[in-house]
Design a binder for this molecule. Sequence first.
Ligand SMILES: *Cc1c(COP(=O)(O)O)cnc(C)c1O
Length: 436
Amino acid sequence: MKIEENGKYDAYKAFGIDQDIFEFGEKALSNLESRFKQVDLTAEKNQLRVIRAMQENKVSSECFNGSTGYGYDDYGRTTLEKVYASIFHTEDALVRPQITCGTHALALALMSNLRPGDELYSPAGKPYDTLEEVIGIRPSKGSLAEYGITYAQTDLLPDGTFDYENIPKKINSRTKLVTIQRSKGYQTRPTFSVKQIGELISFIRGIKPDVTIMVDNCYGEFVEDFEPSDVGADMVVGSLIKNPGGGLAPCGGYICGTKDCVENAAYRLTSPGLGKEVGASLGILNTFYQGLFFAPIVTASALKGAIFAANLYEQLGFSVVPNGSEDRHDIIQAVKLGSAKGVEAFCQGIQAAAPVDGYVVPEPWDMPGYDDPVIMAAGAFVQGSSIELSADGPIRPPYAVYFQGGLTWPHAKLGILKSLQSLRDAGCLPELPSLD
Ligand SMILES: *Cc1c(COP(=O)(O)O)cnc(C)c1O
């Protein structure tokens, strides 16, 4: 069957995209078929994993009712937490709209599972920017440091792998909790695969069997067909306005893990003694369920966008992490643009493709929790949602932009083509490679 593609460029032309940029994209796509098939296969397996978890836990329309006040006996909330525990193969889960974002979920997991005198240890280098204040690497009110909890770290080797030789030197009698960040975050190191994380966990357990191991799972959910909790993590933690919310959850975070870890977190989130028993879900649980249902496919759309972007920018001579051909372990694509002007133009292009606030021109600003000015492109239905097509970058060398999300693949594609156009309009786009 021949698919009639006449008029397809016109749809892009209406967005101000030059014909050669459009054709450059089409040519790149023709070489990505097998990659996209692989992404679809993972999505298919994960979709079935989610449906099975919902069936096993007898999700019913009653689950969408919600509760008010104390939120006692909230059947939908309890069932949702069972569904999450089933998906991540953990004993228990805490999935709440009261967890305001990923940083909050991580802070909650750390502060509730550490006590004065304990040491927190990262064998995977520097954690995500916003955690620096949580830990006290940058002094902050209420940090772990203020409570007498110390922090140790082993940097990654120059090739981005774990420094197995030096890790044992940092594990001592006070090491209570080990934190491993799956995704690169705002760094240009590679993201770890679940398999790599599993190897690291086994290694650490060989040194200290009873240590608690937490994985910052932000951006990693559903990218592979198993999760860090399948390879020995005691807790996996993330945000519902990233992958697992499927673009529909309007807020929230999750902690899935052992009964003990989750209980500690629940006692800290609400109150000692109350724990998981309280916390009104109001009327938003249907979005948590339906978003989770969509999440595998939404994650696949975002992955396709990331792979497409990597291939285009790589062909143009920009350094990209991951590169155009390597396996993916999260939905983030880093592109080193080499100048502040390039970072701004890229983000402005992404914004110009947005269904919401598409007319707005983003500029760098001093965001709470971050050290340098950050520019963010986010024309999102949910404020700050980065499972929706978004791009951001701190204005600092090497002037890398971090691109992620896309609830649908066609939207991700449009955004990437617009980013190229925006770079061209700003005089930052090199000549396109010839198409034959
Ligand atoms: C996004 C992210 C966080 C923080 O989540 P917020 O929801 O932005 O607070 C933490 N760690 C990683 C790796 C992230 O990607």
